[in-house]
Design a protein around this ligand. Structure first.
Ligand SMILES: [Zn+2]
Ligand SMILES: [Zn+2]
Length: 194
């Protein structure tokens, strides 16, 4: 499972719609599902019937306070009818139930390098909507450790009391958008060097 966070004024629903539209073409078929408060887009190859026992690439989109968290991973093909059933829900909650159901569709997905295509599309759609791997303006403030006043990111010293802010500035991984701690040498999500 790969995860990236897109910060900004981005709606999970809009991103899911755009992805489903984009990947529902050619030899691919994409379904848009709603699972609880998450939007899920499943992408599979068209040659195989969309019945149980197939694997698909699942894109799960979760709205969060500063944008959308996107997770990408293989999962069972749920289809539209199955999305209403409890088996679909339990399969999503517990991916281990899927291990026995992987079939050659998984290889199709790998051969097509679909992950890369999906990430490219997500990045492009998110960017067009103004989101990025950077924290959005609303969260771009650093609380002073001494006086508690919020300061804009990038200030070297607290505007209120003059204390140095070096240790309290939040930052994000340029690769996946995870918020990282000051002083971290690599991202805890994707292991990118910072
Ligand atoms: Zn201060
Ligand atoms: Zn990262």
């Amino acid at each position: 499972m790969q995860t990236r966070i897109f910060h900004g004024d981005l709606k999970a629903e809009d991103l899911a719609d755009a992805l489903a539209t984009r990947f529902n073409r050619g030899n691919l078929v994409a379904h848009r599902l709603a699972v609880g408060d998450r939007a899920v887009v499943q992408i599979s190859t068209r040659q195989h019937p969309s019945s149980g026992g197939q694997t698909a690439l699942g894109v799960t989109l979760q709205q969060n306070e500063d944008g959308v968290t996107v997770e990408l991973g293989k999962q069972a093909w749920l289809g539209i009818a199955a999305s209403l059933g409890s088996t679909a829900l339990s399969a999503l909650k517990n991916p281990f139930t899927l291990i026995g159901r992987l079939d050659d569709l998984a290889e199709d997905i790998e051969n097509l390098q679909l992950d890369d295509q999906v990430w490219d599309a997500v990045e492009e759609i998110a960017r067009a909507a103004g989101a990025s791997s950077q924290l959005s303006e609303s969260l771009r403030s650093a609380g002073c450790e001494y006086c508690g006043v919020a300061n804009p990111i990038g200030e070297g010293r607290c505007l209120a009391c003059g204390a140095p802010l070096g240790n309290v500035q939040p930052n994000t991984c340029p690769n996946c958008g995870f918020v990282v701690k000051p002083g971290d040498s690599k991202c805890s999500n994707c292991a990118e060097k910072l």
